[in-house]
Design a protein around this ligand. Sequence first.
Ligand code: KIV
Length: 302
Amino acid sequence: MSSPERKPVTLPRLAEMKQAGEPIVMVTAYDYPSARVAEEAGVDLVLVGDTAAMVVLGYPGTEAVSMEEMIMLGRAVRRGLKVPLMVGDMPMGSYESSNELAVQSAQRLVKETGCQVVKLEAGGTSVERARAIVRAGIPVMGHVGLTPQTATALGGYKTQGKTAQGAIQLLEDALALQSVGCFSIVFEAVPAAIAAAIAAQLEIPAIGIGAGPATAGQVLVYHDLLGISTGRAPKFVKRYAEVHEEMVGGVRRYVEEVRSGSFPGPEHTYGVEPEELTEFRLYMEQKEGLGSKRAWEWEPLP
Ligand code: KIV
C-alpha cells in the first residue's frame, strides 16, 4: 500500500503540530544520500548541522567548519529533499560580531544552499542577531543549553541548566529568542525537568536533544543514530542501527574477494560479440610492438 503524498512542511504546520501535541521529528543530514534517507523516512525537519565539522569533515569540534564548507554540504542536501523543512546551521564566526554580518550570512545560506530557515546558537547577543535576521525575512531557529560553538566557555561538553541560576538563564534566553520572533528553539543537554518546565512556557516548539521527552520535538545527529560515528557517544544518543560495522564488513569482504580473484565474477562483467573480438584480436596481432605485451592468452582463433 503506498503512503499518501506528504505536503512540504511549513512553519504554520510546525506550529499546528505543537498545538496538537504531534511530535516533531528533526534529523541532521550533510549530503545527498543522507537527505534522501531523511526524506524517505518521513522526518519533518532536516538540519544541515555544523556537527558536519566532526561527523563528516573530521575536525575535533564544530568551531572549525567554514561557511563555504556548510554551503557545499547544504547544496547537496537540498538536492535530496522535497517534504522536510530544511534548516541551515550558521557556522561559528558567521553571525556573532554584528547584525549586518548575521543578515548577510543568513542570506548567503538561504540563497546558496536553498535552506528555508537558519539556526544560530546561544542567547545573549545572539538574540539581537536573531531579531535582525527575522526582520530581514528569514525565519530563525534558536539553540540553547549546550551550544557546541561556545562549549569551551561553558566549561566543556556538559549538561546545562543543572543549577537554579543556570535554569533561570536558560528560561530567559529561550523567552528572549521567542520574543524576537524565533519560530523554534533547540534545547541541547538540559535536565528533562528543566526543559519540560521551560518548553511548557513557550508558544513556539522546543526541539530537544538530550532534553527529555516533554519537548515538542526531538533531534538527533544522523551519524549518531545510525551508528556511522564510532567511539563514545553522548548519553542522549540512541543508536537505531550499527551502520559503521556493516560498512566495514562490506568493504572487508570486497577486499578479500578482489585479493582472492573471486570478484568480479561473470555476472559483473561485460561481454563482447565474438566477431568484434576476433577483429580486434587480429588488429592487435598485426600491430607492431604489441606482440609481447598481451594481457592474457587468447582462445585459439576458429
Ligand atoms: O549541528 C547540529 O547538528 C546541531 C544539533 C545537535 C541540534 O546543532
